[in-house]
Design a protein around this ligand. Structure first.
Ligand code: M6R
Length: 630
């Protein structure tokens, strides 16, 4: 979380920083700030504002921030409340050194005590503030003599400070005594250098750079960089100069617009039919053979020897992975386990052989998912499972993200930029990626006949057109139904089998954008405890799609109704659905592909409930689109 941006060149820095921050606001919107150095006066200006970036823009418009060198930050609070005093940039006691940081400095507390005992005074509750003080202390220790310039001293000070920091960080530093340079450094948190025309930039993520340049160079862990108007220099932790060439951005990094939609989330829900169309055109073109029925970008060798799959993911991506695991096990016959990436990191299961590890992350930046993948690769290498140490797959929507640099095999869901914090079209894209893998594995394992595989493929090809109708229909139905949720405080979502993860996803969507407490539960488990919660004021939303568990889910729904709950069904029309007080109808499709439809009414219902409440749907409180800290 948090986004940082830095620039040095021949133009005024403040407008460039604000533009970069606007493209990074999805990483946090608790506060924002910039600092610039005016070379003419050798003075540093720092402007910070609580809340969204718009507040900072106003402040900078009113008060100005001169200089062609600057750093900026958009914050998702970790240490310290979202107040101005905790907003970045943070400065040393003289006010001449300013730092922005993304990450967590784990040893900040001991560093702070040490610095305070030496007389350094702190102005915030953040972990970051130790950094400008440490840099100031190093600068005082460095013998400033001979031919070396101030910028070399700053570079050296930051390199030395990086040894003292524990945790993950990406940081950018300016000093009023070096208007000709800025220094950047990173460990386990992304930081990319951009080569602009007449300027060099640095940012946490590609969208912030894409408006200025398509030539980028990702920094490596423990590197320190010096950016001047004339070029960049990179050094490793020992101070050895590094030489690497930049590359061109491949992906589409344009800033999305809302068009005529009220919110990005609604637009992105509507875009799901297009996500599905692009996916079927790309991966399921007509004319493929029975032997290779899907055009995934992997050679046969990719599938060789895989006997098990483990999937690491967080949040909505984990729900997609759970649907994927159901398909891979029940359709393709491959034992598959899904883990919360954050849990896996510290309690991985005993190693199993011939196991493909998949990481699912739409942003490609989720810290826990990346760290869990890295840890698993290392663990397998240590145990001598070399083949499967490096045999990992990433499913992502961001071809320029960290996961694509970390993992050798990537499956691109190609959903286009998703701005709303609540994942919708990327969830659908992730589901489709798992359908693709399922088809690949099923056709290789011969677990099912080629007829069954062809049937699944044909069904998938019809999804885009069916989604167009479904989304429009449910936009209207959900808007009406949402009126009944004005005073609701708790909602239970139930489902079974392949639609149990959809119940979880429905609950997560409702929680994150409407702030209504919601639980997703396997329908058959309700009577083992949660049914005690049910009463008139607690609606139950039951995902009941025809298939092996249809009758079971209907019985479980009856049990809820008998406890006075209002019962809302996500089910095909006319299939014993009289049990429901309200119906969110979905097409009658095979159980295998039903999640692609059953999730849509739940997304739209959450959206309209939150819209009725007048909430900030695209940027819900306390959340960020990319969770780059653990
Ligand atoms: O970028 P990722 O897919 O790794 O993100 C994982 C979760 O943070 C994310 O899915 C989160 O749960 C969404 N806000 C849910 O809508």
């Amino acid at each position: 979380m948090c986004g940082i941006v830095a620039v040095i060149g021949s133009r005024e820095a403040a407008p460039l920083l604000l533009e970069g921050l606007q493209r990074l606001e999805y990483r946090g919107y608790d506060s924002a700030g910039i600092a610039t150095v005016d070379a003419a006066k050798s003075s540093l200006t720092c402007k910070r504002a609580q809340g969204k970036l718009v507040n900072l823009v106003k402040l900078v418009d009113d008060q100005g921030a001169l200089g062609q060198l600057g750093i900026g930050h958009t914050r998702w609070a970790t240490h310290g409340k979202p107040e101005v005093r905790n907003a970045h940039p943070h400065r040393d006691s003289s006010g001449g050194i300013a730092v922005v940081q993304n990450g967590i400095i784990e040893n900040h507390s001991s560093l702070r005590k040490e610095l305070e005992s030496q007389g350094y005074e702190f102005a915030s509750d953040t972990d970051t503030e130790v950094i400008p003080h440490l840099i100031s202390r190093e600068l005082n220790l460095i013998k400033r003599e001979g031919e070396t310039s101030n910028s070399t001293w700053l570079l050296e000070a930051v390199r030395k400070v990086s040894f003292q920091l524990e945790g993950a960080y990406a940081l950018a530093v300016i000093w009023e005594e070096t208007p000709e340079a800025l220094v950047v450094a990173k460990r386990q948190t992304p930081l990319l250098i951009g080569f602009g025309e007449g300027e060099f930039l640095c940012a946490s993520d590609t969208p912030a750079l894409a408006g200025f340049t398509r030539t980028i160079l990702p920094m490596e862990d423990d590197e320190v960089g010096l950016l001047t108007p004339l070029g960049i220099e990179l050094y490793d932790s020992l101070g050895k100069r590094q030489q690497r060439s930049p590359s061109l951005l491949k992906g589409q990094e344009d800033v999305a617009t809302k068009n005529n939609f009220r919110h990005f989330m609604l637009k992105e829900i509507y875009e799901q039919s297009e996500t599905a169309r692009l996916w079927t055109d790309r991966y399921l073109p007509l004319g493929l053979s029975d032997e290779a029925p899907i055009a995934l970008p992997f050679e046969d060798s990719f599938y060789e020897g895989i006997e098990r799959i483990q999937i690491l993911a967080c949040g909505t991506s984990r729900h997609a992975a759970m649907v994927g695991a159901h398909l891979l096990e029940q359709f393709a016959g491959i034992p598959t386990t899904v883990f919360y990436a954050s849990e896996f990191r510290y309690a991985p299961p005993p190693l199993t052989s011939h196991t493909l590890t998949i990481g699912v992350t739409q942003s490609g930046e989720t810290a826990d998912t990346l760290a869990a993948l890295a840890m698993e690769a290392k663990r397998r290498a240590v145990y001598g499972d070399i083949a499967f140490a490096s045999h990992q797959l990433g499913i992502t929507n961001r071809l320029e993200s960290s996961i694509t640099r970390q993992v050798p095999n990537i499956l691109d869901i190609g959903a286009g930029i998703e701005v709303g914090v609540a994942a919708t079209k990327t969830f659908l894209g992730q589901l489709l990626a798992f359908y693709g893998l399922t088809i690949s594995f099923a056709s290789r394992s011969k677990q099912c006949s080629s007829k069954e595989v062809s049937k699944l493929i044909n069904e998938l090809r019809s999804v885009p057109s069916q989604l167009i109708t479904l989304i429009k229909q449910h936009d209207e139905i959900a808007e009406q139904l949402s009126q009944q949720f004005v005073d609701v405080q708790n909602v239970i979502f139930i489902g079974r089998g392949i639609n149990y993860p959809i119940a979880l996803e429905g609950a997560l969507k409702l929680k994150e954008i409407s702030y209504i407490h919601a639980e997703g539960y396997p329908a058959g488990e309700m009577k083992h405890g949660p049914i005690a919660l049910l009463e008139r004021r607690v609606p139950v939303i039951s995902v009941a799609t025809p298939g092996v568990v249809f009758d079971k889910v209907l019985s479980n729904a009856q049990e809820a109704k008998a406890r006075d709950s209002q019962l809302i069904g996500v089910a095909p029309e006319g299939r014993a659905t009289e049990v429901f007080d309200a119906l969110l109808p979905i097409p009658e499709v095979s159980e295998w592909i039903s999640p692609l439809f059953s999730v849509v009414p739940l997304q739209l219902l959450s959206y309209h409930i939150a819209a009725n409440r007048g909430l900030d749907i695209d940027q819900p409180r306390n959340l960020a689109k990319s969770v780059t800290v653990e």
